[in-house]
Design a protein around this ligand. Sequence first.
Ligand code: SIN
Length: 282
Amino acid sequence: MQYKKITINPLSGAMGAEIEGVDLSQRLDNQTFDEIHQALLENLVIIFHDQTLGPNECKAFARKFGSLEPYPFVKGLPEHPEIFEIRKEPDEKRNFGGKWHSDMSFTNMPPMGTMLYALEVPSKGGDTMLTNLYLAYDSLSDGMKELLEGMNAEYSAALKNSGGRVARMNSTRFDVANLDRAEECSFHPIIRTHPQTNKKALYISAAHLARFEDMTVEESKPLLDFLREHASEPDFTCRVPYRKGTLVLWDNRCTQHRALNDYHGERRVMHRLTIGSNEVPQ
Ligand code: SIN
């Protein structure tokens, strides 16, 4: 697409774009929003630096992409339940989202997107790393594509190897919620077609992938291990660098991500919003 209202700076050869020329605290005209939306579809993750946004402005921008969903396992801000704070303090070692995953893949309708707004960032490090799951699919052999076509996998919130989003959260300072939903799981196609781009992606959510449908965990493991490793091949990735006031939005339908934990002794604080979807993965 030819962009007229925004400027795009690619983040890596694989994915990601920093967008210049937009102040998200102002009302966006239709063409600017259409270009931003197109930039998300083309680049999978978009980044706006140097924004000055309160919770209401973050919510208003996120709502342009879909309805907001509270994150199930952490209580939201008292006045803004759709937003929760990801906070790592200088004396903490664990971080949130430190293993490769695609958000809430264990639900029946995993969210379309996730938005982070950086309130406080370490002096170095603390990037989010993402991987392009279209590239992960495209680079498979025809034989492997054929094998995986039509296969479903079980995605679970309670896997031991998940590092465990849920188990670990109990040991962090998050105000946890709904831990009774920790056993939640869902079956989705391992190859899914993006509803807007119509492109196929290898739907890997490494921390949540339990097994293939109709197979045991042990039987599934060798192939799932290969796919987990394949999907995080460095050539498919980008890193999102933050500064205070950076807003990031990624598309969970064709990416997975992990929060890097290379800034011990410093604080990192993000507001996180989840943008729902009304489509089951196909
Ligand atoms: C997440 O997994 O949603 C958190 C990512 C991050 O903090 O970089």
